[in-house]
Design a protein around this ligand. Structure first.
Ligand code: NAD
Length: 484
């Protein structure tokens, strides 16, 4: 174990604690493979303790006014910003994401808390004129304890901002962060412990199985919200169905198209194609536009420029603000990305940038891969339709509109799409025809608070980041009063 390995406990019932089983998992800095921290390896007994703590806290939490709950969430947001430096130091070392992108994550997490703090009063029922002899109305009531499982790529963002809607709706929560980047969740746990009544937020570390699985299967957790891979999402649906009737929402992967029509500013497109890959977190983004589809009349021009920009990206220490890309998050990610680069070569795509480990002393240890571009990709190649979740862009050439729409819709996914044209009619018609839950026209990557995000196809079920996320955490009770 390294010299600076710190323990990062979890939060259960207002206590920062290890697991009763005494087991810990070690976190590794992906930039140099040094051990940097330990988190508890929770099991089903720990999850049960967390759910019981959430159950005990929920009635009093739900009795607070919307304003009181909102004010507490705003205080969490303020403390989050106040501890940003400490969070960033830990998060950079634990994820490998560049510091600039993580600074934006901390801010967006705080904004998410504030947004739902203000939105609480919109959690409204309705009156329904179904009969003249009754007054019919609906109430919105919380589920109780919500289970929230998060992925490795934006740890603090997902832990903090995605607890806001369930808490505003009057639920308490058990959060299970990803095992390869769990450290910041412990600092976040300390903040929650200082601000919120005990048991309102519980954070359980550990592996997907047993910890995540136990949370999904817990008989008294009826509402499960998951962000992660399609494979795990399917396993969660299965486990949930085996253990009760549950409301499961899923935010899953993507293999997202960026469609370039020939009438646009090609310099702007090339810049956006690189930006849309989110290389500052190594392309490990569900929304990355990892399939670039360029009209054949401008294909070579755009491809050359995208390759030039990509080759100029500064790969290096993610804590250095001048670095534009760091290492991928884990050995598992590293092996997966290398595997897909091999598949691209084997299946006949043309490598035009990257493809290797960067050379030099700084890259001898750690999970480093150059930003990579394959040209002349076909839809039936594995890099043409499977999510790599890494710094690998696949570039396609197209001629006819119907063909590119078919290509865009040819994967099992349907998360984001980006359409580049100055013709409004073409833009809107294409936006209607792509099967994606979130469409950008002449832009990439941006999320806007209040605008619902989520996927078609295997990219998910449900929408987050807007009013629908808040409403997904309440059940509807219809009341019918006879008028005498
Ligand atoms: P993952 O599915 O491997 O793990 C996600 C979480 O699920 C982790 O906390 C993990 O411990 C847990 N888990 C694993 N097995 C489980 C099980 N059987 N039961 C319960 N929990 C289990 O995903 P990842 O590698 O951490 O993240 C990458 C994936 O997440 C990509 O596919 C990416 O596209 C997706 N993602 C989607 C969005 C979105 O908003 N749609 C956002 C970010 C990431």
């Amino acid at each position: 174990m390294g010299a600076n390995v710190t323990d990062f406990p979890m939060l259960i019932g207002g206590e920062m604690t290890g697991s009763k089983n005494g087991q810990w998992l070690t976190s590794v800095n992906p930039a140099n493979e040094q051990e940097i921290g330990r988190t508890p390896a929770a099991d089903a007994a720990d999850v049960n303790r967390a759910v019981e703590a959430g159950e005990a806290a929920q009635p009093a939490w739900n009795e607070l006014t919307v304003l009181e709950r909102g004010n507490l969430l705003r205080t969490v947001a303020t403390r989050l910003r106040a501890r940003a430096k400490e969070l960033l130091d830990v998060e950079v070392a634990d994820t490998g994401n560049t510091i600039g992108s993580l600074r934006a994550d901390v801010e967006y997490a705080a904004v998410g808390l504030e947004y739902y703090a203000g939105l609480g009063s919109e959690m409204k029922g309705e009156t329904i004129p179904a009969s003249s002899s009754n007054l019919h109305f609906t109430l919105c009531e919380p589920y109780g304890v919500v289970g929230r499982i998060t992925p490795f790529n934006h740890p603090i963002l997902f832990a903090a901002s995605r607890m806001a809607a369930p808490l505003m709706a009057g639920n308490t929560i058990v959060i299970k962060p990803a095992e390869t980047s769990p450290l910041s969740a412990s600092i976040f746990g300390e903040i929650c412990r200082e601000v919120l009544p005990k048991g309102v937020v519980n954070i359980v570390m550990g592996l997907g199985n047993p910890a995540g699985d136990a949370l999904v299967r817990h008989p008294r957790v009826k509402r499960v919200a998951f962000t992660g891979s399609v494979a795990t999402g399917m396993a969660i649906q299965h486990a949930a169905a085996e253990s009760g009737v549950k409301n499961v929402t899923l935010e899953l992967g993507g293999k997202n198209p960026l469609i370039v029509f020939p009438d646009v500013d090609l310099d702007a497109v090339a810049k956006a194609a690189v930006g849309g890959m989110n290389f500052s977190w190594q392309g490990q983004s569900c929304g990355s536009t990892s399939r670039l589809m360029v009209h054949e009349s401008v294909y070579s021009r755009v491809l050359d420029q995208v390759a030039d920009i990509t080759k100029s990206l500064k790969v290096g220490n993610p804590a250095d603000p001048s670095s534009q890309m760091g290492p991928v998050n884990s050995a598992r990610q590293y092996e997966k990305v290398k595997y897909y680069i091999g598949q691209g070569k084997e299946q006949g795509a043309r490598l035009v940038a990257g493809g290797n480990r960067p050379s030099g002393k700084d890259f001898e240890r750690g999970y480093w891969i150059e930003p990579t571009i394959f040209a002349d990709v076909q839809g039936d190649m594995r890099i043409g339709h499977e999510e790599i979740f890494g710094p690998v862009l696949s570039v396609f050439r197209w001629d006819k509109l119907d063909d590119v729409i078919k290509l865009a819709n040819s994967t099992d996914y349907g998360l984001t799409a980006s359409i580049w044209t100055n013709d409004l009619n073409t833009a809107l018609k294409t936006a209607k025809r792509v099967r994606s839950g979130f469409v950008w026209i002449n832009q990439v990557s941006a999320h806007y608070i209040g605008v619902p995000f989520g996927g078609y196809g295997n990219s998910g079920v449900g929408r987050e980041e807007g009013l629908s996320e808040l409403m997904s955490y309440v059940e509807t009770k219809s009341v019918n009063i006879v008028l005498r």
